[in-house]
Design a protein around this ligand. Structure first.
Ligand code: 5AD
Ligand code: SF4
Length: 476
C-alpha cells in the first residue's frame, strides 16, 4: 500500500476563527466526550525536548490527558507516546528519528500504541515530508500554533487508522484557559508572549514559532492571581524576547510596567523572567529590577558572540560595548545579581580573533553560568547559506570557552561559602535522598540536608561547600 494513501492532512486553515474563550469552550466539550470514549488511551508517555516554551506546552498536553483519565507510564508500556520536539539544533532532530526507530519495534509488540509528534520540528516542511515518506508508524502530527486543539486531534486520530497531520503556518488566536498540569505546585511558568520577530540569522525559532504576539496584561495577571491562590510562590514569565512585550497591544504597556503589576499581586514571593534580548533592554527595566523586591536578582542575557563583526552577521543589533554597558548597569543597580548567558561557537566566518573577543566579554562579564552551543546550520536560515567554518577549530574553541566559564562560575560561587541564603526547596536531590534541591533568588542550584517536608518551602540554608555548578549546605 502506498504510504500517502494512509495520510490525512487536515485543512491548514482552522474552521474556527473566533475569540479564544469560545474555542477553549469547544475543546473542553471534546475533553468531556473523550472521558467516556471507549478507545481513549489509558496511559501515556510524554517526552519534552528543548526550551521552557516547550516545557510549558507539555504541561498543557499533560493537563488534557490527565483530565480524560489517562495516567503517565513508561515509554514501552504506554498507549500514547508523545514527543514534543525541538529544532533549534540538529542533534535534537536526530534524537527524534532515533527514538522513532526504537518505537517502531515496540509498536509491533503493542499494536494499540499510538505515536504523536508535535512541537517546533513539525513546523518544518522537510521534516513532514520525511515523516510521511519513511515513518508510517506515526499516528498524529501537529505543530506549535494549534496545541490547544489537542482534544480534537486526539479524537480524530482515535476514529481513524490514517496518520493525521495538522500543521498551521501561522497563529490564529491565542487560546489559553484549558487544563494544565504544572510540574510543581509552588512554582509556575506563565507565557506572556509567543513567537519572535528578531530573525537572528542562525535561528529557526521565528520560522517555527511565528510572529511576536503579546498576551493582554489583564489575562496574565488573572492567571498569576489564580496560581498564587492555589499555592504558587514563584512565577517565571516566559517569552522569546520579553523586552519587547506589549508591542501591538491596544493598551500600550512595557515589560517593566507589566513586572510592576505582577509584583503587586499579594502572596506572590518571587518573580523571574526569560529571555531578554540585549537590543531591546531598556534602562526602565534595569531600574525596575533595582526597585522591585520580588523580582529575583538574576538576569539571563544571551551574548551569542563578543565579536562586533559576528554580532552584525548574526543580526543581533548590539555590539560588544553595548553589551558590556548593560552588564555594568545591571551590576550597579542590582546588588548580588547573577548574570547568565547563551554563547554560540563556530558561527559562519568565525576566526580565532572573533572567538578571543567572545572570551574577553566572558571574562569581563563574569557570568555565573550559561549555555554554550556549537553552531548548527538550520535549513532555511540565512546563516546556513554562509561559508561554514572548520568544525575541528570550533571544537577546540568550545572546550576553551567551557573551561573559562567554569573557572569564573567556580570563583563566583565561592563567594557564597559560609553565608546563609534563601532557597525555595523544589525536590529530593537526585543523587542523595537525604538532601533537598532548590534555588536561591540568583537561580543558583543548592543541595542541602533536610527532610521532604521542606519541599515547597523557603528555607534558610548555610553554605558549606561550593562547586562551579551548585552549592551544598544545611539548614541554618
Ligand atoms: N546553532 C547553535 N545554537 C543555536 N541557538 C539558536 N540557534 C542555534 C543554532 N542554529 C542557541 C542560541 C539561543 C539558544 C536558545 O540556542 O544561543 O540563545
Ligand atoms: Fe532565535 Fe534570536 Fe528570536 Fe532568540 S531572539 S528566538 S535567538 S531569533
Amino acid at each position: 500500500m502506498n504510504i500517502s494513501d494512509t495520510v490525512k492532512t487536515l485543512n491548514p486553515r482552522p474552521a474556527y476563527q473566533g475569540e479564544g474563550q469560545e474555542e477553549a469552550e469547544r475543546q473542553r466539550g471534546l475533553i468531556e466526550k473523550l472521558k467516556s470514549y471507549p478507545k481513549k488511551p489509558k496511559t501515556f508517555y510524554l517526552s519534552t525536548m528543548g526550551c521552557q516554551m516547550n516545557a510549558r506546552d507539555s504541561e498543557k498536553l499533560k493537563g488534557i490527558l490527565h483530565e480524560i483519565g489517562a495516567e503517565e507510564t513508561t515509554e514501552d508500556q504506554a498507549d500514547l507516546v508523545i514527543y514534543n520536539t525541538c529544532c533549534v539544533r540538529e542533534n535534537a532532530e536526530q534524537k527524534v528519528y532515533g527514538r522513532l526507530g526504537y518505537l517502531k519495534g515496540i509498536k509491533r509488540k503493542h499494536p494499540g500504541m499510538k505515536i504523536v509528534l508535535c512541537g517546533c520540528m513539525m513546523q518544518e516542511d522537510a521534516v513532514i515530508e520525511k515523516l510521511k515518506k519513511s515513518y508510517p508508524e506515526v499516528d498524529l502530527i501537529f505543530g506549535t500554533y494549534n496545541i490547544y486543539k489537542f482534544p480534537e486531534l486526539l479524537l480524530t486520530m482515535l476514529e481513524t487508522n490514517d496518520t493525521i497531520i495538522d500543521i498551521w503556518k501561522e497563529q490564529q488566536d491565542i487560546v489559553e484557559d484549558l487544563p494544565s498540569i504544572r510540574k510543581y505546585p509552588f512554582k509556575a511558568s506563565v507565557n506572556i508572549m509567543y513567537g519572535c520577530d528578531n530573525f537572528c540569522t542562525y535561528c529557526i525559532v521565528p520560522y517555527v514559532r511565528g510572529r511576536e504576539r503579546s498576551r493582554k496584561p489583564e489575562n496574565i495577571i488573572a492567571e498569576i492571581e489564580s496560581l498564587v491562590q492555589s499555592g504558587v510562590r514563584e512565577i517565571q514569565l516566559l517569552g522569546q524576547n520579553v523586552n519587547s512585550y506589549g508591542k501591538g497591544l491596544e493598551e500600550p504597556i512595557t515589560f517593566a510596567q507589566l513586572l510592576e503589576r505582577v509584583c503587586r499581586i499579594e502572596g506572590l514571593e518571587r518573580v523571574r523572567f526569560m529571555t531578554s534580548h540585549p537590543k531591546d533592554l531598556s534602562d526602565e527595566l534595569i531600574a525596575a529590577m533595582g526597585k522591585l523586591d520580588k523580582v529575583c536578582p538574576h538576569f539571563h542575557l544571551p551574548l551569542q558572540s563578543g565579536s562586533d563583526r559576528l554580532l552584525k552577521a548574526m543580526n543581533r543589533h548590539y555590539d560588544q560595548a553595548r553589551y558590556l554597558d548593560i552588564v555594568r548597569k545591571l551590576r550597579e543597580t542590582v546588588p548580588e545579581i547573577s548574570i547568565t548567558t547563551d554563547i554560540i561557537v563556530g558561527f559562519p566566518g568565525e576566526t580565532r580573533e572573533d572567538f578571543l573577543e567572545t572570551l574577553k566579554v566572558v571574562r569581563e562579564s563574569r557570568f555565573d553560568g550559561g549555555f554554550t552551543f556549537i553552531y548548527s546550520p538550520r535549513i532555511g536560515t540565512p546563516a546556513a547559506r554562509m561559508e561554514q567554518v572548520d568544525p575541528e577549530e570550533s571544537k577546540v574553541n568550545f572546550a576553551e570557552l567551557l573551561k573559562v566559564m567554569e573557572e569564573i562560575a567556580e570563583e563566583n560561587n565561592a563567594r557564597w561559602l559560609g553565608r546563609t541564603v534563601e532557597v525555595l526547596a523544589e525536590e529530593k536531590s537526585k543523587n542523595d535522598s537525604g538532601m533537598i534541591t532548590g534555588r536561591t533568588p540568583q537561580n543558583i542550584l543548592v543541595h542541602f540536608t533536610a527532610g521532604d517536608r521542606w519541599i515547597g518551602q523557603m528555607a534558610q540554608v548555610r553554605i558549606k561547600e561550593t562547586t562551579p555548578f551548585y552549592l551544598i549546605g544545611e539548614l541554618a
